[in-house]
Ligand binder design. Structure first.
Ligand SMILES: [Zn+2]
Length: 425
């Protein structure tokens, strides 16, 4: 089955394309990008007034399978991804069992092949059980399909272990993704340490808990030559340190989440668990630094850190409920609203943050509309007005602070490996 996408504004940063033209997808691949294409028998999609981009990649998603299927599954999470305009997602290893062995990696790859609506690339654990002590089977996980290693959610506190992990990752050609948090500094904290936390009588997580670990990891990345990627960067100091390391020539990258560039701690609803995540929503000054870091190119990927939790878990008092919010279905709209519409970055730059940015870290060979590339296409509108209703989310969970919010712009259709997997109703 072929798909002919006609008259869209085709924007492919990888090939520096930005013009009104057609895209033909056949046999699961991009066949041609040219005006006036003719393809007998192809399904025609009229993209007039819409933007046609390479399939978006979300390099930081929690799919909860195996082990926590009440909150999300590979199938449900991938459907939410498609509805968010994503065609490829990477799933973090903090499942049960932890993805620290080729058995679990293969299980995820196989389940995804049969059930997922988008491409799913597993990220293997750094240490066994993500306990931070013994290295996981990094080479075997890579052979089974892992595209990176991370102990996301349970940072590797032991610097010697992290050094070894970087050395191994380097020899296997894998990036190391770290959730940078000094657990001793953040212990007991529920939100960012600042005026709002004091006002509401909640224990704070200082920016220093992130800064200290980013600094350590940058030193270790320099020592080992590893490709190192900071997950969900959220502080002004961390952005500055990554910028410095990049200027020094280190192969260091970082990602930001939509909630960290769109919200600060001052915008939280007090004691609302849908505003509780790690790293926490930071100060307005940190939030502005994330936006500046994106505009300056220090932050080269937008990733959601989609973290589903069942209602029963999130509907507890603030101090008891788990960290994390869902984010797949609102990411593109938040990027348009916070970054593109106010003129902080161009639309082309936003597309880079969802395509070539993550692809250059993960080396998936995706994120472009070049003929011969996988047939992954994200079609979006920059001015469609729509309202996010979390009760209609395709995720199994509904822990989002953006419920009821009206957006201008968002995904319209998602094509994965040459087939429509989602269209806005
Ligand atoms: Zn994390």
């Amino acid at each position: 089955m072929a798909i002919l996408i006609q008259n869209g504004r085709v924007m492919d940063p990888a090939s520096q394309t930005d013009r009104i033209t057609d895209v033909l997808v056949t046999g699961g691949k991009i066949a041609a990008v040219a005006p006036g294409l003719f393809a007998p028998g192809a399904e025609v999609f009229d993209a007039s007034g819409l933007v046609v981009a390479p399939g978006f990649i979300d390099m930081h998603v929690h799919l909860r399978e195996p082990g926590f299927e009440h909150a999300e599954t590979i199938e449900s999470g991938s459907r939410a991804a498609a509805a968010g305009g994503f065609t490829s997602i990477c799933c973090m290893p903090n499942t049960n069992p932890v993805n620290d062995s080729p058995t679990v990696t293969s299980y995820i790859v196989e389940r995804a092949r049969r059930l997922a609506a988008v491409n799913v690339f597993p990220i293997g654990a750094i240490t066994k059980g993500s306990q931070g002590e013994e290295l996981a089977a990094i080479g075997a996980m890579k052979a089974a399909g892992a595209v990176a290693i991370s102990d996301d959610g349970r940072p590797v506190m032991n610097s010697r272990v992290m050094r070894r992990a970087m050395e191994f990752a380097r020899s296997y050609g894998l990036p190391v993704i770290d959730h940078c948090e000094d657990l001793n500094l953040s212990a007991g904290g529920d939100m960012h340490e600042g005026l709002p936390s004091v006002r509401w009588g909640l224990h704070g997580i200082p920016s220093a808990s992130e800064d200290v670990m980013v600094a350590r990891d940058l030193v270790l990345a320099q020592l080992t030559g590893a490709r190192f990627h900071v997950a969900h960067i959220s502080t002004r100091n961390a952005v500055a340190m990554v910028a410095f390391a990049r200027r020094e020539g280190l192969t260091v990258t970082c990602e930001a989440t939509p909630h960290h560039f769109a919200l600060s701690d001052a915008q939280m609803l007090p004691y609302d668990s849908n505003y509780k995540m790690k790293p926490p929503l930071r100060s307005a000054c940190d939030c502005a630094a994330v936006v500046e870091g994106i505009a300056a190119g220090t932050i080269s990927a937008i990733a959601t850190d989609h973290a589903p939790h069942a209602g029963s878990e999130k509907m507890q008092e603030f101090e008891r409920c788990p960290f994390g919010i869902i984010g797949l279905e609102t990411a593109v709209a938040l990027a348009l609203e916070t970054l593109v519409h106010p003129g902080k970055i161009s639309l082309n730059h936003m597309i880079e943050l969802f395509t070539t940015g993550p692809d250059s870290v993960l080396r998936l060979g995706r994120g472009t509309l070049a003929p011969g590339a996988p047939g992954d296409v994200t079609i979006l509108s920059t001015d469609l007005v729509w309202t996010y209703d979390v009760n209609r989310s395709l995720s199994r969970s509904s822990n989002s602070p953006f419920h009821g919010r009206t957006f201008r712009g968002g995904p319209v259709a998602t094509i994965v490996n040459g087939q429509f997997t989602w269209r806005r109703a």
